[in-house]
Ligand binder design. Structure first.
Ligand code: SAM
Ligand code: SF4
Length: 421
């Protein structure tokens, strides 16, 4: 018996899909790369932008003819609290379950006589995890940025207890994992809802002590929640990597206010400078939205100028996409024409390509530590502590190893080199 999981969206969805796969393998199913050959198909959806939602809907339609006696389950951010509408639109879907409501999937399979009735699955780990694996530590979001659908679909913030996360990471390390990336929409607000209010810095301290674990990362941080204690912990704990993902979203104060981000450009600059002072070689990545309602050319230029000033290693830039139910879609007119949004996006992409070319070129001739994650087209690939993608060729099996690579070629997107002797 086989299962097939199709996933789009953020790392959280990828982490959830790995857990779903772990559960299905626990009950005796095997992974299938094609939906055609599978008895159970799970779609893990994203609706953060309209383009993602359209892909999910196309996929659901394409599966209609394939369905026959297969079980089709839909999860991820398309599933909100009111599934009646989804049921009407997609009657061929057997089960809708909210993100991470794994219990609902197992209950359904138990009722169908497919899974053994051993109660709710406890801690489910991926069966063959990648050497670098994602671990969700806080779900949901309390921020309600005016453009964002996430809080409506993933609910309010819920942190997992420290002991549970430590136990999961120990289990992953026992299965060969060397690096974990702790996930949350606002990962740096971790713990405020737990009884003893531990902070992310406390969790990092505990994970840093796990033998066999080589590296720890976390994303995504919210600039307003980036505390001195967290910066100090990142600087002090040797396993915590020199990489932070800190979404800026816009460089203009009025737009930031309309987005409801809770900081202005100067506060963002201050956070970056505190991080860079404490950890001089840190790599920074960010997210930016262009064409937010009312964004003038001058306001867009402020995003552009701030990105040129702060010089990020990576920038993810998205055209604003109105999401039904969000504050912006209810109250603000989507008045920047589509072609203008694309022009602004391309200007930032071009700027960033130049910056990343220069930042990466500085690594030419240096030796970096790479955690090898996989092999593609005859080349091993992995990432540095600063999250740079590195390719190299070697005949030996290097999967999961930490190797030293001398960099011989650089580009804005990746580095190439060979084993340092
Ligand atoms: N929690 C993170 C934060 O505070 O920025 C990011 C979460 S969001 C799911 C991932 C990215 O999608 C955001 O950083 C934003 O750039 C983009 N995004 C979210 N809503 C969007 C929208 N309505 N239109 C365009 N991009 C959007
Ligand atoms: Fe969305 Fe804002 Fe929450 Fe990020 S912080 S998930 S952008 S509401």
């Amino acid at each position: 018996m086989r299962y097939h999981i199709w996933t789009i969206g953020c790392q959280m969805n990828k982490a959830d899909s790995e857990r779903i796969a772990g559960y299905l393998e626990q009950i005796g199913y095997q992974a299938s790369p094609n939906a055609d050959d599978a008895e159970i198909i799970v779609l893990n959806s994203c609706v953060v932008r309209q383009s993602a939602e359209e892909r999910v809907i196309n996929k659901l339609s394409a599966l209609k003819s394939l369905k026959r006696d297969k079980i089709l389950a839909l999860t991820g951010c398309i599933v909100d609290s009111k599934v009646d509408d989804l049921r009407r639109r997609f009657p061929h879907v057997d089960l809708f379950f909210a993100p991470q409501a794994f219990g609902e999937l197992s209950q359904f399979l138990i009722e169908r006589g497919i899974a053994p009735d051993e109660g709710q699955p406890g801690l489910v780990l991926p069966v063959n995890p990648s050497p670098s694996t994602f671990v969700t530590i806080i779900q949901g979001c309390n921020n309600f940025c005016s453009y964002c659908i996430v809080p409506y679909r993933r609910g309010r913030e819920r942190s997992r207890p420290i002991e549970e996360i430590v136990c999961e990471v120990e289990g992953l390390v026992a299965r060969g994992v060397r690096e974990v990336t702790l996930l949350g929409q606002t990962v740096d607000s971790y713990g405020h809802d737990l009884p003893r209010k531990p902070a992310l810095a406390d969790l990092l301290g505990q994970l840093n002590r796990i033998d066999g674990l080589a590296r720890i990362r976390f994303l995504t941080s919210h600039p307003k929640d980036m505390s001195e204690r967290l910066i100090e912990a990142m600087a002090r704990l040797e396993k915590v990597c020199e990489h932070v993902s800190l979404p800026l979203q816009a460089g203009d104060d009025e737009i930031l206010r309309a987005m409801g981000r809770g900081y202005n450009a100067q506060k963002y600059r201050d956070v970056v400078s505190r991080i860079r002072q404490a950890i001089p070689h840190i790599a920074l990545s960010t997210d930016v939205i262009v064409g937010f309602p009312g964004e003038s050319e001058e306001q867009f230029q402020k995003s552009y100028d701030l990105l040129s000033e702060l010089r990020f290693d990576t920038v993810h830039v998205a055209c604003y996409s109105p999401r039904p139910g969000t504050i912006a879609s209810r109250k603000l007119e989507d008045d920047v024409p589509a072609e203008e949004k694309v022009r602004r996006r391309e200007r930032i992409e071009e700027l960033q390509q130049g910056i990343a070319t220069e930042i990466n070129a500085r690594l030419l001739g240096s030796t970096v530590e790479v955690l090898v994650q996989n092999r593609k087209n005859g080349k091993w690939w992995g990432r540095t502590r600063t999250d740079k993608l590195v390719f190299f060729v070697d005949d030996a099996d290097r999967l999961g190893q930490l190797v030293k690579i001398r960099i011989e070629k650089t580009s804005p997107w990746s580095l190439q080199g060979s084993l340092a002797r």
